[in-house]
Design a protein around this ligand. Structure first.
Ligand code: SF4
Ligand code: SF4
Length: 395
């Protein structure tokens, strides 16, 4: 496929806005929409139920005041924005959702879902908070079976093994492709900017024609690789450029003042760590059709690298491995105000970084603009420190 990279990137960057119309058309054509909030949502079960999934996670400050009429102000902005949108009916995706799926991740989210359930038909999946096969798998498999049964009843559909298998195989194909996006960051200089990676990963969830999306993304990836080999990487060669991994959750509403500024200041975001980062994309679902598909789905989702599970030793091993594989010089942990799981777990990530010999910067923020100047100053100092270290090392 002959492509123009900027034009295709724009399509993904702008997908959320363009998708408003697409979701309306889907509804008008009789399709059913399922709003989701979290990487724990077993997409394969939704797809096997014939649903189109769309991310509802709040990313803007606009509905927060409305949410605060019912929710405490000192709650994470993502939870408030998600609920505020539903309360105001200001998000077309929430508005058009036939059903909304939530998971009992952090306390704030799970209690908010009780209120959200008054506004939208909901199904909540209860998570084990121990990422341990022996002690949690039985409960988790039972929960996913209940979830599938509930969807069948609510949506009047039948979820067959064949449909689950097809959904698993297609979702795996998408995961392999998504991993390739992050793997472009392993090049030196990286073959894609971290901001573009984000645009694609954020935007892809609002493009509903899966086959077309897959083909367009494939063309983008091939083009990025070809451009790099032709000497047209998005970054000029610079052995001292800080290569940074972004860690954390809920980046959607804060990437502009963090990820984009970091790259504007001369750093390169080479990979993302966390529930929508590289490890989740590489972790495929077993495609052995002789095994129970629900068990195979459960095996994947119990390994989502999220701070809500405890202890999270596996995630720490993955952070270290990612630093090594991407040859990162630093990790920036971005967490949202009042997000205890990720803020506390940042201390564990700091210890991993120390062992790997790279500095960690922790930015705690929200969807407002008041801290933009302060974040920029901190990023500037952080990047300068890394650059000086690299210059001293590289001579
Ligand atoms: S960080 Fe955890 S709770 Fe948030 S979307 Fe990811 S998996 Fe879900
Ligand atoms: S960012 Fe933290 S507090 Fe907010 S929903 Fe996610 S896990 Fe919960």
């Amino acid at each position: 496929m002959e492509i123009s990279l900027p034009e295709h990137f724009e399509e993904f960057a702008d997908a959320r806005r363009r998708g408003f119309l697409a979701v309306k058309e889907l509804k008008e054509s009789g399709q059913k929409i399922c709003g989701t909030f979290c990487q724990y949502t077993p997409t394969e079960i939704l797809r096997a139920a014939g649903l189109y999934e769309v991310g509802l996670c709040g990313k803007s400050a606009a509905p927060i005041k409305t949410a605060e009429t019912r929710l405490p102000a000192n709650l994470c902005p993502l939870i408030k924005a998600s609920y505020g949108h539903a309360l105001e009916d200001s998000c077309p995706y929430a508005y058009f959702s036939d059903i909304v799926v939530g998971e009992t991740t952090c306390d704030g989210k799970k209690k908010m879902y009780e209120l959200l359930g008054e506004l939208k038909p909901m199904q909540v999946i209860h998570l084990p908070n121990l990422p341990d096969y022996d002690r949690s798998m039985e409960m988790w498999v039972t929960e996913l079976r209940e979830f599938a049964k509930g969807l069948e009843e609510k949506m009047g559909v039948e979820i067959t093994e064949e449909k689950l298998n097809e959904a698993i195989e297609w979702s795996n194909k998408e995961r392999r492709q998504a991993a390739r996006i992050y793997e472009l960051g392993r090049y030196d200089p990286p073959a894609i900017t971290g901001s573009r990676m984000r645009d694609v990963m954020e935007g892809e969830q609002y493009i509903f024609n899966r086959k077309e999306k897959y083909e367009k993304l494939d063309a983008i990836l091939n083009q990025c690789e070809a451009d790099w080999h032709a000497g047209n990487a998005p970054f000029a060669p610079d052995p001292n450029r800080p290569r940074i991994i972004i860690s954390g959750a809920g980046l959607g509403g804060v990437a502009g003042k963090t990820v984009e500024v970091l790259e504007e200041l001369g750093g390169a975001v080479v990979c993302y760590e966390g529930c929508s980062g590289i490890v989740s994309r590489r972790r495929l679902i077993d495609e052995d059709r002789s095994r129970d598909p629900i068990v195979r789905i459960a095996e994947k989702y119990i390994e989502v690298p999220c701070a809500v599970v405890s202890p999270n030793n596996h995630r720490m091993e993955q952070v270290a491995a990612t630093i090594e594989e991407w040859k990162a010089d630093g990790v920036v942990s971005i967490t949202l105000h009042s997000c205890n799981p990720f803020a506390i777990e940042t201390e564990n990530i700091r210890r991993v970084c120390e062992k790997c010999g790279v500095p960690l910067l922790h930015i705690e923020t929200d969807f407002g603009t008041g801290d933009e100047g302060q974040i920029r100053t901190r990023l500037e100092a952080y990047l300068e420190m890394i650059r000086a270290k690299k210059e001293a090392r590289n001579g």
